[in-house]
Design a protein around this ligand. Sequence first.
Ligand SMILES: *Cc1c(COP(=O)(O)O)cnc(C)c1O
Length: 454
Amino acid sequence: MNRPIQHNADLAARDLSVVWHPCTQMKDHESLPMIPIRRGEGIWLEDFEGNRYMDAISSWWVNLFGHCNPHINAALTEQLNTLEHTLLAGFTHPAAIELAEKLVSVTPPGLDRCFFADNGSSAIEVALKMSFHYWLNQGEPGRTKFITLENSYHGETLGALAVGNVELYRDTYGPLLMETIRVPSPDCFLREQGESCADYSRRAFSHMENALEKHAGVVCAVIVEPLVQCAGSMRMYDPVYLSLLREACDRHNVHLIADEIAVGFGRTGTLFACEQAGISPDFMCLSKGLTGGYLPLSTVLTRDVVYQAFYDDYEKLSAFLHSHSYTGNALACRAALATLEIFSGQDVIGQNHELARYMANATAHFQEHPNVAEVRQTGMILAIELVKDRKTREPYAWQERRGLKVYRHGLECGVLLRPLGNVVYFMPPYVISKDEIDTLARVAWEGILKAVTD
Ligand SMILES: *Cc1c(COP(=O)(O)O)cnc(C)c1O
């Protein structure tokens, strides 16, 4: 087939006349180029003029083993020629069954049931509704509240937005959202000088303990992002917080929802972040890396006692009421299985430890810069917090858009970095090489130098 040669500018112009992009002030594109991508391979994206961009943020944290990964491609091609999709009510298919079996076996003990949805926010909606409905079925209709951490992010549909606390996403839609009980975050950036992260997280837990003591009777669940509040500027906390939280949720008889949508599948140095605290939540939400970054899919894993609370004669009307058209899509499930095969076929977690150490060394000198408040890292997530003054930690005014300067510099140098406000971060696919990490660190460093000089 003879296609006309396409250029970046033509496609960008066509795009901007019809597409409305996510999380974007479209007017920015009067000066910021829209970049049409022609193909992807490994950690690289290539535009229509042959420029390559290192995908240092895994295309919004979804990609694990590179673009157009041969193993996942092959599995998908086979699935495509067998079954692309079927409804999952009354019908099932091998990919959904195998994936549920596999997820039950690799997630923390006690998570024995797998409910599918088709994106991260939907998984949060499912977990919230399921927890509420569990208590309802137990004869406790008065439990209608959720406890959530400051600076948390759980997605952008109304329920998910309501339990999140990043102002940028939440405030505008505040009047539409259910009320939650908000507790200060264990975010270690807020620790005192000389205080360890573990001590700070332990100290911050007193707020959670107080909230549980006060409200447990009306609370369905506590919802957290284990170890890293990713959309909340990659703020991190110590696993001890999760251990304390698990114990307290048991003692106060409320559910614990672990949103591992961003941190699951090896990002934090273990397959799931909860493992670092040795805990099992009552609900675990997974998406993003679940399909290796190929297709939208999500799942909520829960315990048998939750499942049993819904299991009854039809006339009791106690069944869980939730569905999405593409729930458990066969292609997406197959991509997820192929992704999990890569984890079981090689020591991904071990190799990541090596890469994480390498990232730490490559950015060690960033710590000394007068406009860097902190370089923090949990496994394969590394974040650099830029501030106006390192001593007082006074932040840059958001209007200055320092991060955007790093973004622009990155693009000029063939690296896709997409800072969150004034926080530059690396969350690369696991197939990044050491040389590529060196390039990434160099470009980020230059970008930061540019961004902090007026
Ligand atoms: C991305 C994200 C979500 C929402 O997932 P979507 O697929 O974007 O709806 C929820 N929770 C966390 C922690 C996330 O990072």
